[in-house]
Structure formats: structure tokens, C-alpha cells
Design a protein around this ligand. Sequence first.
Ligand code: GLN
Length: 555
Amino acid sequence: MTELTNLDNVLSKKAKFIFITGGVVSSLGKGLASASLASILQARGFKVRLRKLDPYLNVDPGTMSPYQHGEVFVTDDGTEADLDLGHYERFSGVPAKRTDSITTGKIYQRVIDKERHGDYLGATIQVIPHVTNEIKDFIYSDVTDEDFVLCEIGGTVGDIEGQPYLEAIRQVAYDLGRDRIMFIHVTLLPYIPAAGELKTKPTQHSVKKLQEYGIQPDMLLCRSQTPIPQNEKRKIALFCNIREDNVIAALDVDTIYQVPVAYSHEGMDAQVCKHFGLDCGKEPDLSKWENIVNTIRCPEGEVKIAVVGKYTQLLEAYKSLNEALTHGGIANKYKVRIKWIDSELLEHNDPATYLAEVNGILVPGGFGERGTEGKMLAIKYARENNVPFLGICFGMQLAVIETMRNVAGIKTAGTTEFGKACEPVVGLMTEWDKDGAKQIRHKDGDLGGTMRLGAYESVLNKDSLARKIYGKDKISERHRHRYEVNIKYEDQLRQAGMIIAGKSPDGKLPEICERPDHPWFIGVQFHPELKSKPFAPHPLFVSFVKAAIDKSRLL
Ligand code: GLN
């Protein structure tokens, strides 16, 4: 069976499709651009959905090094996806789903599964139509009552891996009709100081390349350090065959939350509406974004928080965390200054050299043994000096190990993740419940997609700090881990001053730990940073930043 299973569904729906491609160079912020466009369309009252199509061959980014690909974002339904999905959620508030992220690895996996199953009835399997059909079917899948589905194509036009995607979106315009489609191309206008000019040639070439694939962009979003003179816009419009009003300047801004406002001022949403023949008379209500930007620009104070981790060389690896701390700051009208500390540094020097000046310490998620001694030194410092501490996932596991080693006196306490014989306070999870069904894992199983992933509920202790912060007994948070604190150490931990403040509903998996003898010491097995939004800051981050502000006032 090679027909497009989801095409009829889309043909019967109203959704319009906006495809966002990138040209000239990578890292132009297409994800942010897509998310921002979605948010200003929302501000006009439209229902949006955002999707990412990644041309690389990995099935998902779950097994990629954070140095290679930055953070792995996790959705409620347990998909490990590109960090752009984080931008999408933070800007639109729409929770991303499994059907919002695809990679070439996944596409080929589907094609090969069908081939093995005999679905292609003896045909020779080719990139066109089999791979492109699979891409199109992804684009057409799970469309309901959205007004706009925005699909970002990863990579840069001209990449070999990207070609089937460009062919597929060209065909989408053919399948659905050009009036339901808009192609937006994000490019760069480099400024050449010697000439004192912005250069349009790379953009012209990039559009030519796109035209080679049969795609005529409808709008150009031109990243630029300086304002684009009207005559340059006119030139780009003429050479690229685009309406002048649809050459949109995307200038650098001081905070990413200014981007929706900036784009709207440039007329982007109005032009999108015009393109689709929609009413664009009324201005969108951008007050939500303006308020956020004002708070960021005029904070009442500043607080310093140390993030002690392993991937501090590449801040993309902690994208959501960085944002969630900013959101915690927004809620408190404070600027959060993050001091990124490579945990290995703490192993060779007195931790106080790095930590004495900070008002809060955060140990984020992570994998592998390298740098863990340094993280535990940071945790010990926070515990002993009453510095607010938040441990996320690996950070919670290490906080438990630190208490076991240094307070309970069990020096061999460790995690089986390090592979050494130790007191396995943290061990590999081999069985747990997911929506009533048992999940089973084995020591030598595949690494890809097999962690405890996505949203799980936790039940909070009545008189815990976590219960007070969340204001409810039951919460749902996103997970991504293979190891887990063993509940059988609960009593020993309690004697060492640490309580398990939240557990899985069956009571078997510790989800939150706290030290009641400390002003603010919380470890969580999940990733709260993934659900924080600038307009809905996560309560844990709000409270953590508040505790850090209180601490700064004591200093
Ligand atoms: N490495 C730990 C585990 O797999 C923690 C993972 C994380 O921090 N996301 O359980």
C-alpha cells in the first residue's frame, strides 16, 4: 500500500500549511522564527500547530551527544525530539506531540518496514515516490481543526539530506493547491563593513537553489544586524520574484521574547494573512509579549545561580533549563544571571572559589560518570551552606548519593550507571508501569528510545515543600531517564535528613526528594524545565529563584 493515508483527511480540513526553510548558513534561528510566527498568528486568534522535519539519519536525537545537537526535548507522549520543539511549546503553549517531529531515520524505518511487510506489492522502492510519500503522509497526519500548520525543515537548502523534503513540500503544494500553502525562506544578509553595505547575493543564490527544486518562496525572512534599506528590499524582491512587502527584516534583538513583537512590527503576520486572503485589518494583541519583554528589560534586581554540569561549553545543551530559569526570574521580576560551571573544575579546586558568590545551585540532568564527583561537591556545598539547591534528574540522583555517602556514611553509595560494584542506591529500572501496562527493559537492550520517557504522574507528600509549591497533590511531569533511586533506601535517607516527597502513584518510584532541614533543597527525577513558559513559568523555578533572591538578601 503506497497511497497517502492521511491526504483525504487534510483535504477535508481547513488547515493551511506554512513551510519554513533556511538558506545561506545554518543557525539562523528558524526554530525561533517559526515559533514566533506561530505566536503572532495566535495573537490574531488563529489555532496553530508547529512541526519539525529533520533531515538527519538518526531515528531521533535521543542518542546524539548534546555537544552535537544540543538538548533533547521530550514531549508528554514520550517522543525525544529536536530542541526546536521546546521553542514551539514555549512560544505557542501548544504541547508538542509524537506527530510533530520526524527525521529521515524514522521515515526510512517506516519505508523499510513496509517493504519487508510486502506493502509495496513488488515495486522498486525509490526516494520519489516512496520516501517523499512517507514525508507527505507525516505532514498530513493528525491534522484536526488547526488554522495553520507550520512545518520547519531542518538544515539548509542545498544539503543532500534535505532534498527529499523539498521535493515532498513541493508536492504538498500540488496535492493541496497553492492557495493553501506558503513557503517562507529564512536567509542572512551579511554586513560587509569595508563596503558599508548589506549583501543580498547569498540570499539570491539561496532562492535560486530553492527554485531549482520547484519551490518559489512567498516570503523571505532576512536576518540582518542592521535595518534593511527599502531599496535593498526592492532589489531582493525583484531578483527573488517576491512581493516587496514580503521581504521581512529580522533584526537581532536583545531577548528572544522580543521576536514576535519585532516580526509583527515588520508586518509578517499581516502579510501571511494577506497571502492566504484572510482578513488582516485588526492588529494582533501582543500585550502578553510586551509585558514579558518589559519585565526582562527592567528587572528589580539580579540573582546569580550556578548551573554545575558537564555540557557547559555548549549552552544549547541546556536550552530549556536556561529559559526556565529566565521564566522563574520573570515571575519574580528579577534577572537571573546564570554562572555555568564545568563540574570537573570543582574536582581540582576548592568549590567555594566558584560557589561562594552564587545565591542558588542547580545540578541539571546528565549521563555518565565523568564530572559527577564535582557535581556532588556542589551539592555538598549547597547542603552545608544552606544555598538553595535544585537537582534535576541526574542532579536528584546525585543529591541522594551525596546524602548517602556524606550524611549516612555509606561511602560506597553509587549508581549502577557507572558500572562499578557499589551500594546501588540508584539502579537500572527494568520494570515500571505506563498507563496500566508494564514496561520491561534489559541490561543489554537498545539505548535508543528505551528510557522512561514522557509524562508520568507523581503523588506528593501532604506536608512537603513540593506540595506547597505545586499547590496540588498530584502532578504530571516529563521524564527521560534509565536509572532510578531505589525506594528501599527511603528509611536510611530519612534518617540522613532527606525525605522522599513525591512518588509514582504505585509508590514504587521516588520522584522528588527534599531536605526539610534546609531552606530550599529539592531534587526531582523529572525535567520541570521542559514545561516552563515565559507566560506560565514553572512553579518549581519560580520558587527556586525566589529562594535564591531571599538568600541574596541575607548575604
Ligand atoms: N543518567 C541518568 C539516568 O539515565 C539521568 C538522566 C537524566 O538526567 N536525564 O537515569
